[in-house]
Design a binder for this molecule. Structure first.
Ligand SMILES: C[S@@+](CC[C@H](N)C(=O)[O-])C[C@H]1O[C@@H](n2cnc3c(N)ncnc32)[C@H](O)[C@@H]1O
Length: 217
């Protein structure tokens, strides 16, 4: 199901304001200062143990916050999103920062890439918007090579009543708030092994690795 949260992603103004007004502050706001976007970005290449030239895909990239950071670290980055407005903003920011990112319009539920096209994947805050998360994880796993790391940041099902009430109000807007156990189970079914996960307030920062594919008999 899609809703206002997804529609608003197609607006030029949302694309322009999202990163400076919300994305760069949201992690600190939602974790009450326990985690920051700067820390999140610094940790990215290290967590994925990536070397220059690694082919990475940023899934639901918006303006490419992760994508641009990884391109700065010398990686070969493809960033996909369904919103043309966000992709245009990502291209504008990448140009301004002098980094090279391949921005492509694509739906995570049906990616236009061959199996095992990428050595790593990242997705910051987008899982909540994918609607059919189990299908998105299957599709992500398909385009990752055996052993490829996947890094996800998402807002999990709240543990306390006020948070649950807020999430229930946001649900009609098209957002989903799965429990970490549910995400791990969907990931496992897709062939992604959970490696480590850290919860800060409602946010989960989680690493997975693509299992080797079974040989066809
Ligand atoms: C919360 S924003 C993500 C922010 C971005 N990853 C970051 O770290 O700044 C969610 C993004 O996911 C995109 N999105 C939602 N559903 C999608 C889908 N099925 N396929 C690709 N992108 C999708 C939206 O257009 C939006 O840009």
């Amino acid at each position: 199901m899609t809703g206002p949260a997804q529609w608003s992603n197609h607006l030029w103004l949302t694309a322009r304001l999202y990163e400076p007004l919300w994305r760069r502050r949201s992690v600190a706001l939602m974790t009450r200062g326990a985690y920051t976007t700067e820390r999140e970005l610094r940790a990215l290449p290290r967590r994925l143990a990536l070397v220059p030239g690694t082919r990475v895909i940023d899934l639901g990239c918006s303006a490419g916050l992760y994508a641009r950071e990884l391109a700065r670290a010398g990686l070969d980055v493809t960033a996909v999103d369904v919103s043309r407005a966000f992709l245009a903003e990502g291209e504008r920011l990448a140009r301004r920062e002098g980094v090279s990112v391949r921005f492509e319009r694509a739906d995570v539920l049906d990616l236009p890439f061959a199996d095992a096209s990428f050595d790593a994947g990242v997705s910051g805050g987008s899982l909540n918007e994918f609607g059919d998360i189990a299908r998105a994880l299957r599709e992500i796993a398909r385009v990752l090579g055996a052993g490829a790391p996947l890094w996800l940041m998402y807002a999990a099902r709240a543990e306390a009543t006020p948070g649950r009430a807020l999430q229930a109000l946001l649900r009609p807007s098209g957002l989903r708030f799965p429990s970490p156990e549910q995400v791990d189970a969907w990931a496992a079914a897709a062939g992604l092994v959970a490696e480590r996960s850290e919860r800060r307030g409602p946010l989960v920062f989680a690493g997975y690795r693509r299992r080797a594919r079974r040989r066809a008999r």
